[in-house]
Design a protein around this ligand. Structure first.
Ligand code: CP
Length: 306
């Protein structure tokens, strides 16, 4: 059972709770592999996904996770809701409370929006990505994939390359991986490395080869074209050539190293097409882990109430 009303990020979550979500997530993934998609864990509960930004993986997998466990699910996109008429986030949350909704899964462009909502509604709030702050369910699914492939997170070396400045995925992974005993190296153009990331536990490297040397996992991050307001790199072609992950770069990692990416991928920019579709890629497996870990999160949040 989690000792919290809301899941807002991994910065604030102790290692024991991360471990519990992963352990239950592993069991959920085994059931999914057996094509078992009818479980009673959320029967009688209502889950609303409230998305102020686009999503394919996160929104669909929260919806499927809730439905596979018997919940009623409502999907709200800000574009087609009363938000467009000027309704505030807090008023939207209170409206959902009045409808006896139990969990709100929210994605919002403003860092801190899920925390604000969590303070003002009775429903549990799950952060599905807030601005450049955190994306806890993505990091948890990444860690679930690593644990399944390696048996444990402790002692792994994880290299993260890409748009770290704008990445909530990088931050949540850093917090979670460090708490479970992994080493995290990072590399990106200087313009895409946020100040203070080393204080959070990352080792920022001087070259991509140094970052990847001896790595168990090489994670490419999406170049977030929608958040690039300044010329942080000259062109996508040059980004790919000088900062992307290629077969040649993977030779510096362990021979058993896995390639991961949270998606959506800019094919041929962050990773070569060969790596995306290659044997070491776990990108599709990450998607299945996403449903499993989100089932675990929703179940553990409400377990004591069922
Ligand atoms: N990884 C991720 O958050 O993907 P979506 O934007 O498709 O949800």
């Amino acid at each position: 059972m989690l000792k919290r009303k809301d899941i807002l990020g991994l910065r604030e979550m102790p290692a024991e709770e991360i471990d519990e979500i992963l352990t239950v997530g592993m069991s959920m993934k085994k059931l999914l592999r057996q094509n078992i998609k009818k479980l009673p864990h959320l029967q009688g509960k209502s889950v609303t996904t409230l998305f102020y930004e686009n999503s394919t993986r996160t929104r669909c997998s929260f919806e499927l996770a809730a439905k596979y466990m018997g919940a009623h699910v409502v999907n709200i996109s800000a574009e087609s809701s009363s938000v467009k008429k000027g309704e505030t986030l807090v008023d939207t949350g209170k409206t959902l409370d009045a409808m006896k909704n139990d969990i709100i899964v929210i994605r919002h462009p403003m860092g801190g929006a899920p925390a604000l909502l969590g303070k003002t509604v009775k429903a549990h709030v799950v952060n599905a990505g807030d601005g450049m702050n955190e994306h806890p369910s993505q990091a948890l699914l990444d860690m679930l994939t690593m644990r399944e492939n390696f048996g444990s997170i402790e002692g792994l070396k994880v290299a993260i390359l890409g748009d770290i400045s704008h990445s909530r995925v990088a931050k949540s992974n850093l917090f979670g991986l460090k708490k479970l005993g992994a080493e995290v190296t990072m590399y990106a153009p200087k313009t895409l490395i946020p100040t203070g990331i080393e204080k959070m536990g990352a080792k920022v490297c001087r070259s991509r080869e140094e970052a990847v040397e001896g790595a168990d996992v090489v994670m490419g991050l999406r170049i977030q074209l929608e958040r690039q307001h300044a010329g942080n790199f000259p062109s996508l072609g040059e980004y790919s050539k000088f900062y992307g992950v290629s077969e040649a770069l993977m030779k510096y990692a362990k021979p058993t190293a896995l390639v991961m990416h949270p998606g959506p991928v800019n094919r041929g920019v962050e990773l070569t097409s060969g790596l995306i579709d290659g044997e070491s890629s776990r990108i599709e497996e990450q998607v299945l882990s996403g449903i499993a870990v989100r089932m675990s999160m929703l179940f553990l949040l409400t377990k004591e109430e069922i």
